[in-house]
Design a protein around this ligand. Structure first.
Ligand code: SF4
Ligand code: SF4
Length: 373
């Protein structure tokens, strides 16, 4: 399995850079036949500008639209952001409205385009119809750390193929991180991604994937036909232990030769390796399964939940995003959490526009957290 990597420090000349990146994989024309529809799926989590590094940079999408057209494909672009978000504002703030105007392409609203029910590996969810109907799917993830899954890149980006509030409900029904990782694996089986091209130029480290993370340069782009292969190589580049990423850990366990069969083409990862700050909660997520047998006894001392600080502007997005209705927001006051209802899903943390939410863990989990990851 090939993962092509290219050192790339700026969002310039990307048409040529992505063309070069694609050469070891056979170029765009080996994936796209003339006249085929190509759905392009960026990560548009929330309404932040490109310099906040929360969303895929529009210049990456621009180059991919043009390369699809060069291969005589018909590009379609769209996404479904975090469930509490207004799509119009997301498309505008992230630079995708301007991009769509310049490239004369309509932005497909996956909230309104219909969805088809899928049952796979015991999981049930709906995928937006335009994605399932496309001949080719190109996934454009942003490389970020994530308080729940430690890493979000190619595999996790497909969560956005599920429209609307269903995303929050699935978080609620699969709140255990291992279970949530297997749900992501089921979604990856349901969405036949042809190719993933990762935006690793300006990334997010620390308490990502929203505004609590910190933008950091990693200076690369990378591509693969396998979301898992791409994410594994990305984890190596940014210094994340893949065993802290639930879907990578399980995929590698189920496919024993997966790691040994990976081949990196282009820039060798030793030349661009870096060390991202890992989310505070990452080690706790590793420890939780080990504590599972003791949960009936120690359960009330084992938790991960949000804390709010005075950067809060009472926008109400966290209240809207919470699948357990555990948050109440009143104008001019800090949000109130019903701690007993919180399942630690991080949906509130993902959408806060003001870095006013920190995911915290109980002292017992903190005690287990000591030592390097
Ligand atoms: S309060 Fe936040 S972490 Fe807790 S259940 Fe609600 S959205 Fe999830
Ligand atoms: S904590 Fe963040 S998301 Fe919640 S009301 Fe305050 S600013 Fe809005």
């Amino acid at each position: 399995m090939i993962v092509s990597v290219k050192q790339q420090a700026e969002y310039t000349n990307l048409h040529e850079s992505i063309k070069e990146l694609m050469e070891p994989l056979g170029g765009f024309s080996s994936f796209i036949k003339p006249g085929q529809t190509v759905f392009i799926k960026p990560n548009l989590l929330s309404n932040h500008p490109p310099e906040d590094a929360i969303t895929t940079h529009p210049e990456i999408a621009c180059a991919v639209i043009q390369l699809v057209r060069d291969a005589d494909g018909i590009p379609i672009i769209g996404d479904s952001p975090a469930s509490a978000m207004n799509l119009e504002s997301v498309v505008e703030k992230t630079g995708f409205k301007k991009l769509c105007e310049e490239e004369d392409i309509e932005f497909t609203n996956l909230e309104k385009s219909g969805a088809r029910k899928v049952n796979i590996d015991g999981y049930s969810f709906s995928i937006a119809t335009p994605i399932l109907d496309a001949d080719v799917i190109i996934n454009l993830p942003k490389v970020k750390t994530h308080t729940l899954t430690t890493l979000t890149a190619a595999t996790k980006n497909l969560y956005g193929t599920i429209p609307g509030y269903q995303k929050a409900i699935l978080h609620k029904n699969h709140s255990n991180v291992g279970d949530f990782g297997r749900l992501l694996m089921a979604i990856n089986k349901a969405v036949p991604v042809t190719l993933s091209i990762a935006d690793g130029i300006l990334c997010l480290e620390g308490d990502g994937p929203g505004s609590a993370g910190t933008p950091v340069k990693a200076n690369f782009i990378a591509a693969s036909t396998s979301t898992y292969a791409l994410d594994f190589i990305i984890s190596q580049i940014i210094g994340v232990n893949y065993k802290t990423v639930p879907y990578l850990k399980d995929y590698a366990k189920e496919n024993r030769s997966f790691i040994s069969q990976l081949e990196v083409a282009g820039t060798q990862i030793e030349n661009i390796k870096t060390q991202f700050k890992i989310p505070n909660t990452a080690k706790a997520k590793l420890i939780l399964p080990l504590l599972k047998p003791f949960i009936p006894i120690i359960g009330k001392w084992v938790w991960i939940r949000p804390a709010f600080d005075n950067k809060c502007i009472s926008c109400g997005l966290c209240e809207k995003a919470c699948p357990e209705h555990a948050i109440t927001v009143e104008k001019g006051k800090l949000p109130i959490l019903k701690a007993k209802d919180c399942i630690g899903c991080c949906c509130c943390h993902e959408v806060c526009p003001k870095q006013a939410i920190t995911m915290t863990q109980s002292p017992l989990l903190t005690a287990f957290k000591r030592g390097p990851l």
